[in-house]
Design a protein around this ligand. Sequence first.
Ligand code: T1G
Length: 654
Amino acid sequence: MSNPVHIDIDGTIAIVRIDNPPVNALSQSVRAGIVSAIQETDADANIRAVILICNGSTFMAGADIKEFGKPAVPPLLPDVVTALEAAQKPWVAAIHGNALGGGLEVALGCHYRIAQMGTMLGLPEVNLGLIPGAGGTVRLPRLIPMADAFAMITSGKPVTAATAKSTGLIDAVSNTDLLRDAVAFAKTIIDLPRPLALSAKPIKEPLADDEISAKSKALAAKSRGQLSPKIAAETLLAIQALDAQSGLSLERENFLKLKADEQSDALRYIFFAERSVSKIPSIKNAITKPISTIGIIGGGTMGAGIAASCLLANLNVTLIERDTASLEKGVERIVAILHVSMKRGLIDQARYDALTGNLSSSTDYMDIADADFVIEAVFEDMNVKKDVFAKLDAVVKPEAILASNTSYLDMNALAAATAHPERVIGLHFFSPAHIMKLVEVIHTDHVSDDVFATSMALAKKLRKLAVPAGVCDGFIGNRIMSAYRRAAEYMLEDGALPHQIDAAMKSYGFAMGLFEMQDLAGLDIGYAMRRRKDATRDPNERYVDIADKIYRMDRLGRKNGAGFYIYEDGKTPIHDPDIDALVIAESKRKKIARTSMTEVEIMDGLLAVMADEGAALLSENIAASPEAIDVVMVNGYGFPKWRGGPMYQSKSSA
Ligand code: T1G
């Protein structure tokens, strides 16, 4: 393994360059290289300042997560950072791309920081079930106000270079050539007295203890059982009252405790699973076509969200609707999404204007004759969709790709309704499509490798997590959800009550239980879906019609104030004993003896059904790996990420 750390000399300035692709992770060789660079530059009398910079697309993106399962090899990162802080020459961290986790902690060990505009800086360790482990909880609140440090560390969310400059996290922003600006900056500090080491400074604008306790309480409620944000908050509270050395020891102790916890194992599993599921060996050599113009058929909630995602990915979008009124409504929805992004500071006015400029609309399919890619998002009805695909087949160019956003219809049947099934694929987005990261990419029996690869690349360009899935009723996610919803309904007749099942799911870490979710989606939607399946349902299959009965009582869920729960304020579910009575009466009517179930029994039952359905999906080659199933359930169905997913759970509890 070649040495990933090099030193170049520019006059009296040493430039220490890290080169450890793909993300300059702080693997052992990088850590050792930095320590040698400190010794070398300290020993060289000609050197008056040092710049730390990285090759490739990013500054250091943190500790090397791949090393976590192995015994730690010195120098350990906390020691590297302490050595940096104690270096005899001033070190300037020159940052581009991302400075995350251990990467930002290394920059905090340096005496100055300059970042390129557009850089993201953060301590995302909580997302891996950890807290910063190389001094981030001690040095960051000594550089920026505790309130800002608290937000960065407990949320794991990175900040922009502009925000970092405003809080004092960085000393300067480079808008042009980072290295040149860093060298110029270094020359301005060479003769200045050395700034006090961060670990020697007091906490900046400490928060009152009750402020931190209030924040911690809110955090615990939001984390729904995930440990790391809570431990991060507790660590920061304690660190406010400790000197830096004691703070560093406490941080290390809590870091190592979390690192050994099963939650961090699960979160690291999902981290790598999210990166592996879109790698498909069978299409490795396929040709990915360039996509710049997209046609979107249907401007409803899904169509508008998909269109906005495409615009935000700098694609040209043409919205097609059946009539002018629907078209205007569709354009309004898309523009409203962009407007909210602007209000939230995600895009500025100039970008908003550019994006709305890339949007055109029409009721004439001829206006997408030149589109590279078309996504259909019309009403979930096979005949309506076949009609749309027939029209598209007639007008789009031969190399155009046709995709459907159907969430369960037979994609092979839809493809067969066109002249070129090899160019038809499913792209199943999740609502709201401009926010939800997950896309199931449905590979039909006849889709070409190039079309498949191009669709996967497009999903990545939209910054989505693309998970390939075969054709079956419900693909991966909806199929598993149908299975555990069925199991939950059986539990209703056998002894549980809706609020008990929902409470068990929430205790397990789900944001919402199944019955609350059905109320949110609308009981009319579920009812219509069950009616559509009446013709094909196995007459011997056990059928629970509790939801049907509730629907026939004109209880549609949140939308009309009552469903499995009552909603006085339109969103907070209130337990309704009448529903319990209805459920109990159903058991009696079917002569089923009810037995009470504990939350653990309920969850074990649901998890077993999820894992069984997952196993079926694997054996039918609908899902390519257990990781694919877990990534879908975690990113599309609210399965708690810190549990890893139903397949991961079934493996780890086996
Ligand atoms: N360690 C090892 N490999 C990593 C890595 C890391 N920290 N980050 C990314 N990779 C790999 C990834 O698996 C993929 O590999 C390739 O790099 C490209 O990644 C002591 C303990 C930086 C924003 O949490 O958020 O520091 O699949 O596909 O979309 O306090 O990667 O090609 O084989 O994601 O451009 C804290 C994690 C660590 C940041 C780039 N750091 N990384 O996104 O590429 S804990 C993080 C990211 C820590 C200290 C603690 C993203 C990215 P492969 P990618 P991307």
